[in-house]
Design a protein around this ligand. Structure first.
Ligand code: AMP
Length: 288
């Protein structure tokens, strides 16, 4: 166990990282919005294994929330987060205020074109601009050697990889597998919004993905439309989810995120569904 250093000032962190780098220490970075769960902890564990100094940022980033989204109600559990960081031997928690990162008259944004318009981008305009901007800022503050992202947010992972290549950040991006509850539900800070009935209905997301993956592999589902219809059937098989609650069910190329016309190569089946107050996303990666 390690008492993590809590730093709120970007400049302080930059100076500290500089001193570590002079001593050839490898910096691992896990950006989060807090309310830490086993998904986040899996990234932290990997960083702990692969790097010398582990930095976790906890920042609920206002620029990635739309005006009618849950910025205000997003779970904030800093005290518990500190305990978990201590348990998992995090060295530094970066915990800036909104005003520190976005002072009055803040004007600079990063936008990864095209990739930001697919999937969730269609339903959350400006979301990935907010994500790319905050991650670019955090990368400049933390200067990590390796940054860890969850494949649960697959589009985010692809967009960050593209940003790093396009803007010449000297940072390795690692995508880490989605951590799930025993019944398949992908862990998410937003699962806290679900009532017990909604929590039970939420199983249908992963169930639909696992079911079609098996059917594709057994060659029992052979077209994009059939796969989408099967997922839709499963999502609508419970008591709560209705068609209007489904933002999308899409099958996209794993690199370009363009819609697939067939089920060949490496692709991702992704979906976004509203259940109660929560908007849940999930995906599965398939090599066929
Ligand atoms: P968030 O705090 O939701 O912004 O997530 C911070 C990081 O944790 C992102 O890279 C997410 O993709 C990752 N993450 C969130 N949930 C999971 C999960 N269930 N499994 C693996 N990684 C996750």
């Amino acid at each position: 166990m390690n008492n993590p250093l809590i730093i709120k000032s970007p400049q302080k962190l930059q100076n500290l990282v500089y001193s570590y780098k002079k001593r050839n220490k490898k910096i691992g970075f896990v950006p989060t919005m807090g309310a830490l769960h086993k998904g986040h902890l899996s990234l932290i564990k990997k960083a702990r294994k692969e790097t010398d100094i582990v930095v976790v940022s906890i920042f609920v980033n206002p620029t990635q929330f739309g005006p009618n989204e849950d910025f205000k109600s997003y779970p904030r559990t800093f005290k518990e987060d500190i305990k978990l960081c201590k348990e998992y031997n995090v060295d530094i928690i970066f915990y800036p205020s909104v005003n520190t990162l976005y002072p009055d008259n803040y004007l600079t944004y990063v936008s990864v074109e095209k990739l930001s318009n697919f999937l969730c981008g269609k339903f959350r305009p400006g979301h990935f601009k907010g994500v790319a901007t905050i991650v670019a800022k955090l990368f400049n503050i933390v200067s990590p050697d390796i940054a860890y992202f969850g494949l649960k947010d697959y589009q985010q992972y692809i967009i960050i990889k593209k940003m790093v290549r396009d803007l010449n950040f000297n940072i390795k991006i690692k995508g880490c597998p989605t951590i799930r509850e025993k019944d398949g539900l992908a862990l998410s800070s937003r699962n806290k919004y679900l009532s017990p009935e909604e929590r039970n209905e939420a199983i249908l997301l992963s169930k639909s993905l696992f079911t079609v993956k098996k059917l594709i592999q057994e060659k029992k589902l052979k077209s994009v439309d059939k796969v989408k219809n099967k997922i839709l059937d499963i999502l609508l098989s419970g008591n709560i989810i209705q068609k209007k609650d489904i933002d999308y069910i899409e099958i996209v190329d794993a690199e370009t995120l363009e819609e697939k016309k067939d089920l060949k190569g490496k692709f991702v089946i992704a979906l976004a569904v509203h259940i109660g107050k929560a908007r849940l996303i999930d995906n599965i990666i398939i090599r066929n």
